[in-house]
Design a binder for this molecule. Structure first.
Ligand SMILES: [Fe+2]
Length: 264
C-alpha cells in the first residue's frame, strides 16, 4: 500500500485501477498486447480527471500548431523503382493541431500520469522493457493532438515500436481507429506490398477499436498498418505519451518542425 499512498497517479485513475489491479492483471494484459498487437483499457481515467483534461485541452487549443503533412505509409523517401501510385510510394495526408510538451502546465494530470513510477512500471511490464525514458527535447514527450472536422491521420506504419495514447475527447461522428495487425513482412522478411495494396484499396476490411473518453491504448504501430478516419462532427482530442527505450534521444528536428512548427 505504500506506493499507492506516495504515487499520485491513483488519484486520477478509475478506482478499479489500483496497485492491486496492476499486481494481479499486468501479465495477463501483457499477453493480450503481444497476441493482438493492441490493448485498450477503456475506463482508465476517472470521470473527474477526464473533465479536468478536457478543460485543460480546450484552454490550450488556441495555441495549437496546425500541420498538414504528406507521406507514404512507410514514412520513407520516395523509391524511384516503384510507380507513384504503388503502395510503396502512394501519398497520404495527416492534418491536425498539436500542443507540445513545453506548453502543458507543470500541474497537469498528464504529468502525474507520465511521471508516475507505478504507471511506468505497468507500461514496462506490458511492453517487456526494463526502463522507459522521456524524450531529450522539450517538445516531444507529452503531446495533445486535436482533430477537427476534416482532419485525419491517414494510413501509415509508425517508426516507433509502440505507441501509448489516451483519448480525452471523442468526436460525435468519424474519427474511427482502423488497423490491420501484424502484416508488415512476408515470410521472407520483405515488405508485403500486395497485402498492403489490398488493405489501402479497401479489398480487406480493417479491424476497428472503439476507444472511450478516458481510455488508454497501447499499440504496436510499426508492424500494424493503421489510420484514424476523418472526423466528421465534434472533435477528437488524443494525448500521445511518448517514450524511448534509450536515454538522451530527441525527436528529429524535421519531425519537430513538421508537427510543432519549431524545434526548440
Ligand atoms: Fe501511428
Amino acid at each position: 500500500m505504500k506506493t499507492q499512498q506516495l504515487d499520485q497517479v491513483f488519484r486520477i485513475l478509475s478506482p478499479r485501477y489500483s496497485e492491486e489491479f496492476f499486481a494481479e492483471n499486468t501479465s495477463k494484459l501483457g499477453e493480450e498486447l503481444s497476441r493482438e498487437g493492441i490493448l485498450v483499457l477503456n475506463d482508465f481515467l476517472s470521470p473527474r480527471a477526464i473533465k479536468e483534461l478536457q478543460a485543460e485541452a480546450a484552454a490550450l487549443k488556441p495555441d495549437a500548431f496546425r500541420s498538414s503533412s504528406a507521406y507514404n505509409l512507410y514514412i520513407l523517401p520516395t523509391d524511384p523503382n516503384f510507380p507513384d501510385d504503388s503502395p510503396r510510394n502512394r501519398k497520404f495526408k495527416t492534418t491536425k493541431g498539436c500542443i507540445p510538451d513545453d506548453k502543458i502546465p507543470r500541474s497537469s494530470a498528464l504529468r502525474t500520469l507520465y511521471d508516475s513510477p507505478a504507471f511506468r512500471s505497468f507500461l514496462c511490464k506490458l511492453l517487456k522493457l526494463q526502463v522507459l525514458y522521456p524524450y531529450a527535447d522539450a517538445l516531444s514527450s507529452i503531446n495533445i493532438n486535436y482533430y477537427d472536422p476534416g482532419d485525419a491521420l491517414e494510413w501509415h506504419f509508425d517508426n516507433a515500436d509502440f505507441a501509448i495514447t489516451l483519448l480525452v475527447k471523442k468526436p460525435t461522428k468519424g474519427g474511427d481507429y482502423e488497423y490491420f495487425t501484424d502484416m508488415r513482412y512476408d515470410d521472407d522478411g520483405d515488405e508485403n506490398y500486395e497485402l498492403v495494396r489490398q488493405c489501402i484499396d479497401g479489398e480487406v476490411p480493417p479491424q476497428r477499436k472503439s476507444l472511450d473518453e478516458g481510455g488508454l491504448m497501447l499499440f504496436r504501430g510499426n508492424k500494424s498498418l493503421h489510420r484514424v478516419t476523418p472526423v466528421e462532427a465534434g472533435e477528437r482530442i488524443l494525448i500521445t505519451l511518448n517514450f524511448n527505450t534509450k536515454p538522451g534521444i530527441a525527436l528529429s528536428e524535421k519531425s519537430r518542425q513538421t508537427f510543432f512548427g519549431r524545434t526548440t
